[in-house]
Ligand binder design. Structure first.
Ligand code: GLA
Length: 330
């Protein structure tokens, strides 16, 4: 009887010791996962690059994982757990995975932060408990629309003769906010809303944007000129390539993207200007470096990251890209 009680007490003490033990001991090596939805996209490669910089400076291990679909996200989280990571930052391939990602991180005792695309719950509302860094999507979309409107005016294009390609991906809230922002600025500048042609892309890459734009241009032969905007540079590049295929070149196309990384710079570096007029430069450094440092501080020193951060952007064109990127520390 006595031994039974003693054994019971011992088991209880052990169980308490396990639950009371801190998840992280001060001298444990810090390991942080950085999971992205589209590892081939320059934006995400840049984010990883700046996250690596943080890892070097702070002395933690960074585990980079590309996860283009939901299954791969869940595997990535388990994988991080088995590698003894203490937390991860993610840009998910589908924001509706929100509740599953939150649940999985909790079971695996991993700290969770999101970047770029904010998780939503079953009702489509942002999951506010997860610290997030994203771009000020509506504002940056407005900057795109303002840049296009100013260039149209400079060229003396008649709005009624101009079609607008809205390369859309409305299932992603930040994408919808960006393109809605562009439309708001364009219409405020007098662009007719009826001339906005919605061109939904099946995936957020150049190829899918190209296909979407191609259909939209073919179905609207009446326009003399085109303008284009979308979620990112890849979306606008797809539209620019499709327009070229229909003979709308630099003098009849004004596309303004969002990103300002390699995709945009390659375009500006071409000997002849293309329809890709500009891009709103956003900061992969803040999104990669700052989120990683925040996660490190959270794990190492228990300092919780800011709950919500929205970063800004700045228009770049062929004329000023190098200079502005330098000012931004890129
Ligand atoms: C989304 C887009 C990326 C990039 C980021 C910036 O994730 O898919 O191309 O624009 O937002 O936050």
């Amino acid at each position: 009887m006595k031994t039974k009680i003693a054994l019971g007490l011992r088991a209880l003490a052990l169980a308490l010791a396990v639950t009371a033990a801190p998840a992280f001991a001060a001298d444990d090596p810090v390991k942080i996962g950085f999971v992205v939805k589209q590892p081939e996209e320059p934006w995400f490669q840049d984010e990883w690059k700046y996250a690596e910089q943080a890892a070097k400076e702070k002395g933690f291990t960074l585990v980079k994982i590309g996860a283009p679909d939901g299954g791969q996200v869940l595997t990535a989280i388990d994988n991080l757990k088995s590698q003894h990571a203490q937390g991860f930052i993610i840009c998910t391939p589908d924001v509706k995975l929100g509740p599953s990602i939150v649940a999985k991180a909790k079971i695996d005792k991993l700290k969770l932060m999101t970047v770029d695309d904010r998780l939503v719950d079953g009702a489509g509302n942002p999951i506010e408990s997860v610290p997030h860094m994203g771009i000020s999507a509506s504002k940056i979309g407005e900057q795109v629309g303002e840049a296009i409107a100013a260039e149209m005016k400079k060229r003396g294009w008649k709005p009624e003769e101009t079609g607008a390609l809205r390369i859309s991906y409305d299932q992603l809230p930040t994408a919808k906010e960006r393109t809605d922002g562009a439309i708001a600025a364009l219409t405020a500048a007098g662009f007719p809303k009826a001339n906005v042609v919605n061109a939904p892309q099946a995936k957020t890459d150049t190829e899918n944007a190209f296909n979407a734009a191609n259909i939209a241009i073919t179905q609207n032969p009446k326009y003399k000129h085109w303008i284009a905007f979308g979620l990112n540079d890849e979306a606008v590049l797809g539209a620019v390539r499709a327009a070229e295929g229909r003979n709308f070149r630099a003098d009849n196309m004004i596309g303004v993207g969002i990103g300002g990384s390699k995709s945009a710079l390659n375009e500006f570096a071409k000997a002849q200007p293309t329809g890709f007029f500009g891009s709103v430069l956003i900061s992969p450094k803040r999104h990669g470096y700052e989120t990683s440092v925040n996660m490190y501080e959270w794990i190492k020193n228990g300092k919780a990251p800011p709950q919500l951060t929205f970063t800004t952007g700045q228009l770049i064109t062929r004329a000023n890209a190098a200079e502005i990127r330098k000012d931004m520390g890129l």
